[in-house]
Design a protein around this ligand. Structure first.
Ligand code: AP5
Length: 221
């Protein structure tokens, strides 16, 4: 297999999912969000969802062996042949090593780690205003990206909800865990020459343009 292999890194609420989804559409490759995979499994009460539930609900990380297993299975699916964008994985050094092994086993390697940054105050505003579709997973913001009709998904007409882990206490815990376990990945990928830093404190279209420019500038377009 070959194709563009990208990961999106950054704190909770920085806009990884929004930008990874848009870039995946522009490139015609899958957007793989481990957070979305866990939320779906929890909603459907699958065995994997029941294992992940206490970690996701408390804002902690699901253990590496569970996450690495679901990502390995997902990346082996045929639609990942032309490339993929991972959003929210890897989140620990152990997961980064597992990703390298999975890709090496497929005869390919990571092309870039897109790291999106915004000030903490912006993160909090983005998280508290986020709304998500219960069916198709589309993401909105009450202020920055509202749906045409309040509380209803533009894409599929289903109800919008606030994520359970977007409450104050869990957001604080998610940020703390991010700083302890995921922030070291920034240095890890910078040292390998794979880090692409993006200032995410701008409207969605402008951030998307910055990502396209940055990927072109490092010769990965
Ligand atoms: P996950 O779903 O990955 O959550 P997260 O990392 O906390 O990231 P978010 O989804 O909160 O934010 P985002 O950066 O995608 O922002 P978004 O684009 O939505 O993971 C959830 C949980 O699952 C974890 O806590 C953990 O328990 C578990 N998990 C997942 N992966 C794991 C792993 N690898 N290992 C272990 N556990 C794992 O944007 C936020 C809001 O801002 C939206 O409302 C959006 O409309 C708005 N917005 C976006 N961009 C802009 C902009 N430019 N201007 C204005 N508003 C904007």
């Amino acid at each position: 297999m070959s194709g563009l292999c990208l990961i999106f890194l950054g704190p909770p609420g920085v806009g990884k999912g929004t930008q990874a989804g848009l870039l995946a559409q522009r490139r015609g490759i899958p957007h793989i969000s481990t957070g979305d995979m866990f939320r779906r499994a929890i909603r459907e009460r699958t065995p994997m969802g029941e294992k992940a539930r206490p970690y996701v609900e408390s804002g902690g990380y699901v253990p590496d062996d569970i996450v690495n297993g679901i990502v390995a299975e997902r990346l082996a699916e045929p639609d990942c042949g032309p490339g993929f964008i991972l959003d929210g994985f890897p989140r620990t050094i152990g997961q980064a090593q597992a990703l390298d092994e999975i890709l090496a086993g497929q005869g390919r390697r990571l092309d870039a780690a897109v790291y999106v940054e915004v000030p903490d105050a912006v993160i909090l505003r983005r998280l508290t205003g986020r709304r998500q579709c219960t069916q198709c997973g589309a993401v909105y913001h009450v202020e920055f990206d509202p749906p045409s009709q309040e509380g209803v998904c533009d894409r599929c007409g289903s109800p919008l909800i606030q994520r359970d882990d977007d409450n104050d206490e869990t957001v604080r815990r998610r940020l703390e865990v991010y700083h302890q376990q995921t922030a070291p990945l920034v240095e890890h990928y910078a040292a390998r020459g794979l880090l692409v830093r993006i200032d995410g404190d701008a409207p969605v279209d402008e951030v998307a343009r910055r990502i396209d420019d940055a990927l072109a500038a490092v010769g990965r377009s």
